[in-house]
Write a protein that binds this ligand. Structure first.
Ligand code: URA
Length: 436
């Protein structure tokens, strides 16, 4: 087999055989296929696409390219959750303990933030002492003991995807629904998931800017799941405005704790209950979605989910006192209010711009090596459609220097639009995609 022929086949719109896909993934991972050939192939895929069978084959070949986590020693259906990334998206911090409190094992590997979106692992590190690195044995033992562990991505999972994603990033070949879908699904499968719940974000702060694009990605991932025997459900949720009110690591942990105490923002609570209920359904725990959701609502109200979060923090060496006293979380030195210049209704809170303002403060990183500042961020004071009066507080900036506070304030002003006319409350949830 010669890579040049496979590139030509894809250029001409032909379908690869499973052997050919495996040859490409193996060759690229091992280095016998050079970057220039792989980029030509990736571009041919962008232009010609992949069939569902090719996409599933590519996913499994990438999942098998490195280590694969074996979760079979943990009893029960292991349902993983993945978000395509957003601003203020602290859902895992709520859904993880919530679902674990319902008795569904949560063995979660999460990422760090990059660019304008945050990462669960950084957020957890704002709890003093919290260890995100665990050996495989410690990770599995903790899930068996308390039903939940959340650690950073470690080991040599999906090296083919790591290499290909880095190449796509610099060859204008990220924008292929088939390559994105196989990249995401390969990581979930190698992390040991039996079933997968995908939170596909839609809007200005998300990778997918339109419902149509997000739905296509969701359908492609659900189809991969069907082909490879992993039940997969995708929920499309809004990312035109940040989720909840808090953006920034410690601020988001504080909001997640409020949510676990039954006092969270409506949108975060609703999304967590929806995602959690789908996870319970995927695990075969309930007959109907309504029953699953009601069960989770009870676990929030009874304090069982919050208790599970406390157990998670204790098991990973963190300071559990933050659960009852979030003021122990790191807090920035300066607070600066962002005030409305006119009365009216909030028409827009551009999630991407708010995310970028949080990066200015140091809450996120522009390169993988950058250190982040856990105490800084933005606390919004309203959501789209809320009324405001001139001079009222739109947001508070938490900063560690007056200069960064002022820059962020200006960026937040540019991100928020106020209309004189009432504005309709936007959707939080668009649609759910499941295999038929
Ligand atoms: N996220 C991923 O993990 N992979 C992609 O290809 C794009 C977004």
């Amino acid at each position: 087999m010669r890579m040049v022929d496979l590139i030509a086949d894809k250029r001409d719109g032909k379908e690869h055989s499973p052997e050919e896909i495996r040859f490409i993934v193996k060759g690229y991972t091992e280095g016998s296929i050079p970057d220039y050939q792989m980029s030509a192939w990736a571009m041919a895929v962008v232009l010609r696409g992949l069939t569902p069978r090719e996409t599933a084959e590519l996913t499994m070949a990438m999942a098998a390219s490195g280590e694969q986590l074996d979760l079979s020693g943990i009893p029960g259906v292991k349902v993983d959750k993945h978000s395509t990334g957003g601003v203020g998206d602290k859902t895992t911090l709520v859904v993880g303990p919530l679902v674990a409190a319902a008795g569904i094992p949560v063995a979660k590997m999460s990422g760090r933030g990059l660019g304008h979106t945050g990462g669960t692992i950084d957020k957890l590190e704002s709890i003093a002492g919290f260890q995100v690195e665990r050996t495989r044995e410690q990770f599995l033992a903790q899930v068996r003991d308390i039903g939940i562990a959340v650690i950073g991505q470690s080991g040599n999972l999906t090296p083919a995807d790591k290499k290909l994603y880095a190449l796509r990033d610099v060859t204008a070949t990220v924008e292929s629904v088939h390559l994105i879908a196989s990249s995401i699904m390969s990581k979930k499968i190698s992390a040991g998931a039996d079933a997968i719940l995908l939170d596909v974000k839609v809007g200005s702060g998300a990778f997918m800017k339109t419902v149509e694009a997000a739905e296509e990605l969701a359908r492609t991932m659900v189809e991969i799941g069907r082909q490879v025997g992993r039940k997969t459900v995708a929920v499309l949720s809004d990312m035109n405005q940040p989720l909840g009110y808090a953006v920034g690591n410690a601020l988001e942990v504080r909001e997640a704790i409020a949510c676990l105490s039954g006092k969270g923002p409506d949108d975060l609570t609703e999304l967590a209950l929806t995602i959690g209920a789908h996870m319970l359904m995927l695990a075969g725990r309930h007959e109907t979605f309504a029953q699953a959701r009601e069960h989770l609502q009870e676990l929030l109200e009874s304090g069982a989910a919050k208790e599970k979060f406390r157990q998670l923090i204790a098991a990973q060496g963190g300071d559990t006192r933050v659960v009852d006293d979030p003021s122990l979380l790191p807090e920035a030195a300066y607070k600066l209010d962002v005030l409305a210049e006119q009365s009216g209704f909030i028409a827009k809170i551009d999630a991407e711009k708010i995310g970028r303002a949080s990066v200015v403060l140091g809450a996120g990183r522009l390169t993988k090596e950058m250190e982040i500042d856990l105490g800084v961020g933005i606390l919004l004071n309203g959501k789209v459609a809320d009324p405001v009066t001139a001079g009222s507080r739109l947001a508070t900036v938490y900063a560690n220097s007056p200069e960064s506070a002022e820059t962020a304030r200006r960026e937040i002003m540019a991100a928020i639009e106020i209309s004189a006319e009432p504005v309709e409350r936007p959707n939080l949830l668009y649609t759910t995609v499941a295999a038929t």
